[in-house]
Design a protein around this ligand. Sequence first.
Ligand SMILES: [Zn+2]
Length: 258
Amino acid sequence: MNLQLSPLIELQKLDLRIADLKEQRRRIPERLEASQAPVREVKQVLQEASTSVDALNKERRSHEKDLEAHEDRIGKMKDRAAQLKTNQEYQAHLFEVELANKKRGEFEEKILLVMEQIEQTQRTITAAQAQLKESEALFIKEKAVWDEKDRVLAAELAELESKQAQSAGQVEKALFARYKKLKAMRKEPALVLVKDGICVGCRLQLPPQLVSQVKRGEDVHTCPYCYRMLYWEGEPGLAEKPPLAQDQAKDLEVGESV
Ligand SMILES: [Zn+2]
């Protein structure tokens, strides 16, 4: 490994972990939002059912008023019966009374129907209230878990951020500037391994000569395709795994390129 790069490798490890922790924290509010969804849904059902009960009660009162007015009319009609003289008038009266009774039955039926609907809606409300209690209890539990997770993440983040400042100070200035520039270009990770002759950042095969140079670790080299800084995990001059014979590795060291 290139010794010049090792403080930067450490810094990058910290930076990546910090970015990961921040991302985990960033996603917590949406997870909480999702946990709360059942509560919101049940509240919606309750709201709608209660609006519906109000409307049904209004309807019931209106039917009751109609029935009352109708009962009044029937009463007056019966009062008039004593004044009837002819048989024909009496027959007409009976017919009128029969019609009025039929109509009263219709009013009563409407009231019964509305009362049934009210009862049904009340049952929905009772069930929804029980469900709301359950959903809220579950949400409180889940929220506690997320809050705790956030607390742990925040603590780790604070610790890593203090290390980050320290670690950045140990990186050679020019190297740090290159690293920051790559990060700004969204080339993350900015510093990548060369493995099996491939740049791990872009997965492209590197020219063998460049691979040897990276292995020698005398300078910091850049991938010609993705511009990331390259490093090799291993002692300078040694071959990658699968391990070549030591002789061959030495040949590489001397001959510089494959
Ligand atoms: Zn690359």
